[in-house]
Ligand binder design. Sequence first.
Ligand code: ASN
Length: 320
Amino acid sequence: MIQQEIELPKPLDQLTATELERKACIGKVMTYTLKSLTDTFVNKGFQWLLPVALSQSTDPLWPDPGASIEKRIEVDIYGKPVRTTASMIIHKLVASSTAYPKLFILSPNIRIEKAERAKTGKHIYEFTQLDFEMCNAESKDVFSLVEDAICILIKDLKREMNSELSQLCRCESIQVPKVPFKIYDRAELEAKYGLDWEAGIAEETTEPVWITNIPREFYDFEDFKTGKWDNYDLFLPQFGEVLSGAKREYEYTKILSKIERDQVKKDNYSLVLKMAKDGRLKPTAGAGIGMERLVGWISGVKHIAECQPFPRVPGSVQEL
Ligand code: ASN
């Protein structure tokens, strides 16, 4: 895809009066989006967990061809190494297998993306996921939950945020999608569009679509017989990926063999391995919605850091 030349979002103190107005407008869309989605999850019986920032175990983000992490942050506290949260996937597996069968978290994720990703418009080095997990659930349960949450959100936004959407010139482009969303297999898309299938489908589709069967981290379910992955991304038209998730692995031997295959450090995952070995890890499914991406799509931004009060553009560090 031809990368459009985009201006990088500036910090608050450098914005003109008009730019501040636009910023405030996007801020209102963010507020309403957070309200609508958290209401939907609470109404559907999910418990709202608070996030953590430092843990021994975090998302390995490996092997994922989409990941481009320049640096992994590790510090010592109380004589032990901890990492900043890359995603709360491991916490979700443990929490939804024990005290919180249906949970969600507004989780700040730190991923120090390579500086050359500054102008993709889709990457920021700190972002927030609405990360959720359900015990004894499958992919189809996640699909219908997310489709419902997005339709409620867009319907309500069009009613309650009409003036903001019109200020952002998004009244026409944002419509309540048709359900169920179409499902595509990544292998099919690769055959059609080649390796740049992500850009291909994002440009072509006029409705949100699910993409399944994407090879990635050990915690997503992989059928060893067929080689297919029971996982998914949600792609938005003219935008791209806004959510990723999966049905999860919960069997000890599979998790162990995948960790070893991927050459991921086993010591960082000893708790989840022990729980799986003891039969205490349950079959769950879930996903995480990138909040800046979702609101960025709704608002029609060129760069998702426009949705952040304090932009986290790869390669640049500001005072705030
Ligand atoms: N939140 C994602 C999931 O639920 C994981 C990630 O962000 N890497 O699968």
